[in-house]
Ligand binder design. Structure first.
Ligand code: HEC
Ligand code: HEC
Ligand code: HEC
Ligand code: HEC
Ligand code: HEC
Length: 207
């Protein structure tokens, strides 16, 4: 029989020392426990369960220490009535190919925590799902068809916010749009850009 290896994750009170990196913009005042739920049972029970799993006496590996940070945890504070891109939509089988390119069904694809960044990428992933877009009676200059043909995916966030959670009118020409650098700064540091939010975040997961 092979040896049973256990990695017990220990979390002291001096959380910041153990954190992987700086809090993301807006999260500085959160407690570790706001996102990291303890696994059920004491550490001793979890270790016993892990040993049982290692010996084949248990079918599933138990969570040791802390549970994974799921969308649900984020949504407890960030659920919004009218998200233009709700994560649950992209769990559907028809988005399997898109998920390979950008896992838009997971918050932490674009908002990896402990990075100090607002958004992890440059926001040009719109191409994955909108390359064939058709906007009827398009009033925008250049038109969406022209932007897609020229692969100008750097322009999308200059007019649109991704979640549609701002009182923000989409401009009709690139001249009135935000600058490309402003978008990159926003994605990096979270500097406010699109204006007032429709629904601010909750500060606690208790409802
Ligand atoms: C806003 C939610 C949030 C808060 C608050 C938060 N974390 Fe995290 N943490 C995450 C997410 C999400 C991950 C998963 C890895 C990733 O996305 O980078 C993670 C991963 C970790 C990991 C690595 C665990 C692993 O399995 O890789 C450690 C250690 C950690 N966090 C410690 C802390 C500590 C200590 C605090 C408090 C100072 C804290 N975190 C606060 C969301 C959070
Ligand atoms: C306990 C509540 C809570 C949890 C859990 C939480 N957040 Fe937040 N988050 C906040 C608050 C409060 C802010 C501050 C900005 C605001 O009020 O909108 C914030 C800010 C943000 C911002 C930046 C918003 C901005 O205006 O620049 C992003 C992105 C974000 N959270 C994503 C996440 C993700 C992804 C998770 C899960 C890994 C998560 N949050 C978990 C409360 C929470
Ligand atoms: C495919 C990438 C992507 C995914 C997945 C994603 N976001 Fe975002 N998110 C962005 C981008 C880009 C922005 C900046 C533009 C904007 O403000 O809408 C943003 C902005 C935000 C903001 C600040 C604006 C606001 O709406 O208050 C919050 C909070 C946020 N995201 C939370 C989440 C949560 C929670 C999830 C999962 C349920 C999630 N995001 C999933 C790309 C993503
Ligand atoms: C994983 C696939 C996916 C990605 C990536 C994606 N979208 Fe979407 N988007 C959708 C779907 C699905 C809809 C809903 C379409 C519908 O209602 O017919 C949508 C709707 C929209 C809408 C219309 C919202 C409304 O309700 O009027 C805009 C604007 C938009 N997306 C912009 C963007 C931008 C900008 C990006 C990149 C930052 C992006 N999308 C990335 C799938 C995606
Ligand atoms: C100059 C500003 C601007 C730019 C750049 C822009 N859009 Fe738009 N977009 C708009 C406006 C305005 C509308 C509303 C169109 C209308 O109703 O005539 C719109 C509508 C949309 C819609 C909804 C279409 C529908 O059927 O309602 C989607 C999806 C969309 N844009 C995606 C994108 C993507 C992806 C990009 C990046 C290539 C992009 N947009 C670039 C301004 C812009």
């Amino acid at each position: 029989m092979g040896a049973v290896f256990l990695a017990v994750f220990s979390w002291g009170d001096d959380g910041q020392v153990l954190a992987k990196g700086p809090a993301n913009p807006g999260h500085g005042a959160l407690e570790c426990a706001d996102c990291h739920d303890s696994a059920p049972g004491t550490v001793r029970q979890q270790v016993q369960a892990a040993v049982a799993f290692g010996l084949g006496l248990r079918e599933t590996a138990p969570a040791i220490g802390r549970l994974p940070v799921t969308n649900r945890i984020c949504l407890d504070c960030h659920e919004r009535e009218e998200d233009h891109h709700p994560t649950h939509v992209f769990t559907q089988p028809k988005y399997a190919d898109e998920r390979e390119e950008i896992a838009a069904h997971l918050c932490i694809t674009c908002h990896r925590e402990h990075s100090g960044r607002h958004v992890e990428n440059t926001g040009q992933f719109c191409a994955t799902c909108h390359s064939g877009m058709e906007v009827r009676e398009d009033r925008t200059t250049p038109t969406h068809a022209a932007l897609a043909a020229e692969e100008r995916w750097d322009t999308c966030l200059r007019c649109h916010d991704f979640h549609g959670n701002h009182h923000h009118e989409w401009p009709e020409s690139l001249e009135e749009a935000f600058g490309g650098r402003e978008v990159l700064r926003h994605l990096d540091s979270g500097t406010p850009m699109y204006g007032e939010k429709r629904e601010p975040a909750r500060t606690s997961r208790d409802r």
